[in-house]
Design a protein around this ligand. Structure first.
Ligand SMILES: NC(=O)c1ccc[n+]([C@@H]2O[C@H](COP(=O)([O-])OP(=O)(O)OC[C@H]3O[C@@H](n4cnc5c(N)ncnc54)[C@H](O)[C@@H]3O)[C@@H](O)[C@H]2O)c1
Length: 318
């Protein structure tokens, strides 16, 4: 893999997400330099990268020898050494706004002026971290799932002051290293990933609290039901493919029932005709109703592939 002419990636914070980012960038041929202030943590980073890569290799999920990938991961005890030659810096320190502000100030001091500075922050927005920096236009959030080498989506969340070119560069790099970057159009607490997760979790807690179901069985409803379908199509595509006639037909059939469930939880966010039309238009472009049967078949085939993987997972466990 030709790698030496690619710009280095600087990783600040080598905890569980920092290590996972090291795998994402190194397995795609980038040299990464990881900084963590804890000596005991630093000592474990390369062996942890190695263990996780061995596991990926055993499922044929990497295209190169584990050793070759680890060789591209350097661990350092000074933040400056991690970022001084980086074109892209990914901060993955603790989720604490004061600490992130301080870390961003340091990165700004030591990274080349053209480097993009991204934070893995789960909930803190970039405006709260980087507003006071001189070069705040090169800062943004790149929020991964955990671990990003298995969940390719990354939420790219610019602040109002982030430059469009920087956002574009971050999205391009993420695509080049095999991620699936999604742009979040405005800053919002929890971004989209955790808002969706939160909506499900809030309802899950209510259902257990109200004695409707046990926690174990609730997880089964997700694992053996909704989750299996959501592994291949999102909630909008699910609705579109569940009812002939797509989104408009689904909304007509289900909107009032879902609105009543929302009201029960103190929520008043009806699916207005305009909102349904906006979603329907996008889904129609993505999955035209003229080919509806074919898309349903493809969804089912994808679920069969997963069902087969689940079966071999059970066999491994036995
Ligand atoms: N764990 C998740 O599921 C997950 C998912 C997405 C995003 N995130 C976000 O990623 C970030 C890191 O989370 P994590 O789970 O890896 O946490 P972690 O506790 O495993 O790692 C944090 C690391 O930061 C280091 N650190 C402490 N002070 C530092 C400093 N001043 N400069 C640089 N590094 C410092 C710590 O030594 C530690 O190794 C957080 O913002 C978190 O919200 C976490």
């Amino acid at each position: 893999m030709a790698t030496d002419d690619l710009p280095t990636v600087g990783l600040v914070g080598g905890g569980s997400i920092g290590v996972a980012w090291a795998i994402v960038f190194a397995r795609s041929g980038r040299h990464v330099v990881v900084f963590d202030p804890e000596a005991s943590r630093r000592q474990r980073i390369r062996s942890e990268v190695g263990r996780r890569l061995e596991a990926l290799a055993s499922f044929d999920l990497i295209d190169e020898d584990v050793e070759g990938i680890i060789d591209r991961v350097l661990v350092v005890g000074e933040l400056a050494s991690a970022v001084e030659s980086a074109e892209y810096v990914q901060e993955s320190g603790p989720e604490n706004v004061e600490l992130k502000r301080q870390i961003f100030r340091e990165i700004e001091n030591f990274a080349p002026p053209t480097a993009v500075i991204a934070s893995s922050s789960s909930a803190i927005v970039c405006s709260d971290i980087a507003a006071d920096l001189v070069s705040r236009d090169r800062c943004l959030i790149v929020h991964p799932g955990n671990p990003p080498y298995l969940l390719p989506v990354a939420e790219v969340v610019p602040a109002p002051f982030t430059s469009e070119a920087v956002t574009r560069r971050a999205m391009d790099l993420l695509e080049q290293v095999g991620m699936s970057p999604v742009r979040v159009r405005r800053e919002i607490e929890g971004f989209v990933f955790n808002r969706l997760q939160g909506a499900v979790l809030r309802e899950a807690y209510c259902l257990v609290r109200d004695g409707v179901i046990s926690a174990t069985d609730l997880d089964r409803v997700m694992r053996d039901g909704l989750g299996r379908r959501w592994a291949v199509v999102g909630p909008f595509a699910t609705s579109h493919l569940n009812v002939a006639g797509g989104i408009p037909a689904h909304a007509q059939r289900m909107a009032s029932s879902y609105a009543r469930m929302g009201e029960e939880r103190g929520q008043d966010d009806p699916w207005t005709p305009e909102l349904v039309s906006t979603v329907a238009a996008e889904l129609e472009r993505m999955l035209p109703t003229g080919d509806w049967e074919r898309f349903v078949e493809e969804r089912d085939l994808a679920m069969m592939v997963l069902a087969r993987a689940r079966r071999s997972m059970r066999e491994v466990g036995e």
